[in-house]
Design a binder for this molecule. Structure first.
Ligand code: F3S
Length: 395
């Protein structure tokens, strides 16, 4: 199969639009050829992952600096969480050296015209595609949310391929950009009621583990809030390889309904919780906001913390996007949270901040946060409802 390029795309590949654009077009066309794409298609929005200096290191920063020499974004582009709150990092115990390097990363993106809001929920703060729109996003939870809940079209991009889409404004048409690859493959019948947001995390964990890359069609979920769907998207993408799901009566995608059916019971969800609870966990870190907390969640947390005090020996992070934090400041939620001794942390999260060695046990309401806390930071974990996490914080 031959990948056909327009004259402008050929010019980009020939270096007529600068060095960075040429490199970006090389990445896009190489992917197109590997996956048998016939053409490139325009994207209207990009979300870049791989922003924390903790994950990028000097080699990653060098690559970005090189791309920033003459690279410029052609479409709305936002960033995934960085390794720290870009303003209040000092009070969260981040070192000067790390802060300097993280700032260099964000500066390189800014030079390229990227909107340097660092969040995994770009759809909550203005990078919101509509149904059927082609985009190139890299953050796995946001990819799953965009494809499934919004009905936009994106593959699960890597950091470099998302940046390449931002600098060229196009992506190769393969995978989830094609309708034929978006049909459900396994039907999951949920036979239990989902009450709290973390129940959706458990459901994502159970289905993700079972389904792998097979696209799920989920029945039996009666209703779900945006916050619950963001939790489910994060979890199913983390524990499986899923970048799209269908939830009957809740998500907008059209699909055929598969015959093959699996059942998810209350017992399965309980088992999922047991798997994420380390018996010997000593909780010294509580983190909520994975994926990044919405203003509704922050309002709820603020009202629970109002007039209370976080107990000695515990650190509490509520992680969110900077525009949401600004709104929380305006609404007085920030003061209620911080006066209780908890931190409202923008731009970062407990998985990508340099926290290894600082804590031993994490309590969270997020199945995805447990996965990274164990794998990357070697913390023990306990998963609870948001309310129970706050109770633990002030106990
Ligand atoms: Fe977002 Fe970090 Fe969780 S990137 S989905 S808050 S692990």
């Amino acid at each position: 199969m031959v990948l056909e390029l327009t004259s402008e795309e050929r010019e980009m590949l020939e270096g007529k639009h600068g060095k960075a654009t040429r490199k970006a077009m090389e990445i896009i066309t190489a992917l197109g050829e590997i996956y048998g794409a016939k053409r490139l298609i325009p994207v209207s929005s990009v979300q870049i992952a791989g922003v924390s200096y903790d994950n990028l290191g000097e080699a990653g920063l060098e690559y970005l600096s090189e791309m920033a020499e003459d690279g410029q974004t052609r479409v709305l582009t936002t960033l995934n969480p960085a390794g720290m709150d870009m303003v209040e990092w000092k009070k969260h115990g981040i070192s000067e050296e790390f802060a300097e390097n993280q700032q260099r990363v964000v500066d390189a993106f800014e030079k390229m015209g990227v909107v340097t809001t660092c969040t995994c929920t770009p759809y909550l703060i203005g990078n919101l595609p509509h149904f059927g729109e082609h985009i190139a996003w890299a953050e796995s939870s946001a990819v799953c949310f965009a494809n499934s809940v919004i009905g936009a079209y994106t593959n699960r991009e890597g950091g470099p391929s998302a940046l390449a889409a931002a600098l060229t404004g196009v992506t190769a048409e393969y995978g989830l950009h094609l309708n034929e690859n978006r049909f459900a493959q396994v039907r999951y019948e949920v036979q239990t009621e989902l009450k709290e947001t973390n129940d959706f995390g458990f459901l994502g964990q159970v289905i993700g583990n079972r389904t792998g890359k097979a696209i799920p069609y989920i029945v039996g979920v009666k209703k779900a809030t945006t916050e619950q769907l963001k939790s489910f998207s994060a979890s199913v993408a983390t524990y499986g390889g899923v970048a799209i799901f269908h939830m009957e009566g809740i998500t907008p995608n059209r699909t055929t309904i598969p015959d093959k059916t699996e059942v998810v019971t209350e017992e399965d969800l309980k088992q999922a919780q047991i798997e994420l609870d380390d018996e010997e966990a000593v909780i010294d870190f509580i983190s909520i906001g994975c994926p990044h907390a919405s203003i509704k969640e922050i309002a709820e947390i603020a009202s629970m913390l109002k007039g209370r005090k976080v107990s000695d020996g515990k650190t509490v992070w509520i992680t969110t996007a900077k525009p949401t934090k600004d709104l929380a400041i305006k609404m007085g939620y920030y003061d209620q949270i911080e006066q209780a001794g908890a931190y409202l942390v923008a731009d970062a999260c407990c998985a990508v901040a340099p926290l290894k060695g600082r804590f031993t046990g994490l309590m969270t309401d997020s199945a995805k946060a447990c996965f990274y806390a164990r794998g990357k930071n070697k913390f023990k974990t306990e998963i609870r409802t948001m309310k129970d996490c706050i109770r633990e914080a002030v106990s």
